[in-house]
Design a protein around this ligand. Structure first.
Ligand code: SAH
Ligand code: DHB
Ligand code: MG
Length: 221
């Protein structure tokens, strides 16, 4: 099985199941134009997140790691009237591109972008937005994933869904002595969640346009 075939199948499924959406395509194009790294979720993954948020009936969503706002806007499209998203981004440049993308998509009244390193902005967020989130997407720097998971638990309620992206890292997750800090970060996260009795968690490997990776899904008990 080749990665070309994964990409081909992803394209086939995307063409069938993800109708072209001018707003979302414009977001991706603007992010590339601005020179942002091409690490947004794929269209199919975006729709999967959107679907999870719909299943969850999420009204309040927290995202850690905005980039150009592509996943953010997929999630925003899942919200009912009165729903809101807070998204955290360390890079002022990425946040500026996201803010412009969000305004162009007409989502600026429902999405708040907070600029700064998430471990610094999360304590303020906990103060200013004490109401728990229904859905939390963790997709920032991988080294701090275990700490983001701790924050996600603090900002959750029973029933909150937590999704963690990029856990598998082309399979490097199983390499205990891999020097990549992202791999070590994900191993610490897995160890952390394995010992957390307050969630029901599962992990799934994925292939597709973004290669071989995977995510963890957890529901707060
Ligand atoms: N969720 C986006 C992709 C996010 S890429 C999508 O799928 O469309 C990861 C983002 O996390 C990058 O924009 C990076 O600048 C940001 N990031 C890195 N370190 C961070 C930190 N300490 N706090 C918040 N964001 C961070
Ligand atoms: C990277 C980050 C992501 O969020 C992603 O989905 C893929 C790759 C990265 O930092 O390499
Ligand atoms: Mg990601």
């Amino acid at each position: 099985m080749t990665s070309e075939r994964w990409t081909e199948v992803d394209a086939y499924l995307s063409e069938a199941l993800v109708p072209s959406d001018l707003q979302l395509e414009t977001v991706r194009a603007a992010s590339r134009e601005a020179g942002l790294p091409e690490i947004d979720v794929s269209p199919m993954q975006g729709k999967f997140l959107h679907l999870l948020a719909v299943i969850q009936g999420a009204r309040r969503i927290l995202e850690i790691g905005t980039l150009g706002g592509y996943s953010t806007i997929w999630l925003a499209k899942a919200l009912p009237q009165g729903g809101r998203i807070v998204t955290l981004e360390a890079s002022p440049k990425h946040a500026a591109v996201a803010t412009a993308n969000i305004a162009r998509a007409g989502c600026d009244r429902i999405i708040r972008v907070i600029v700064g390193r998430a471990l610094e902005t999360l304590p303020q967020l906990a103060q200013t937005e004490p109401e728990p989130f229904d859905f939390i997407f963790i997709d920032a720097n991988k080294e701090d994933t275990a700490a983001y998971f701790d924050w996600a638990l603090k900002l959750s309620r029973p029933g909150t869904l937590i999704v963690v992206d990029n856990v598998v890292r082309k399979g490097a997750l199983v390499e205990a002595s891999n020097p990549d800090p992202a791999v070590q970060g994900m191993r610490r996260f897995i160890e952390r969640i394995a010992n957390e009795p307050r969630v029901i968690a599962s992990g799934l490997q994925t292939v597709g346009a973004k290669g071989y990776d995977g995510f963890v899904l957890a529901r707060v008990k």
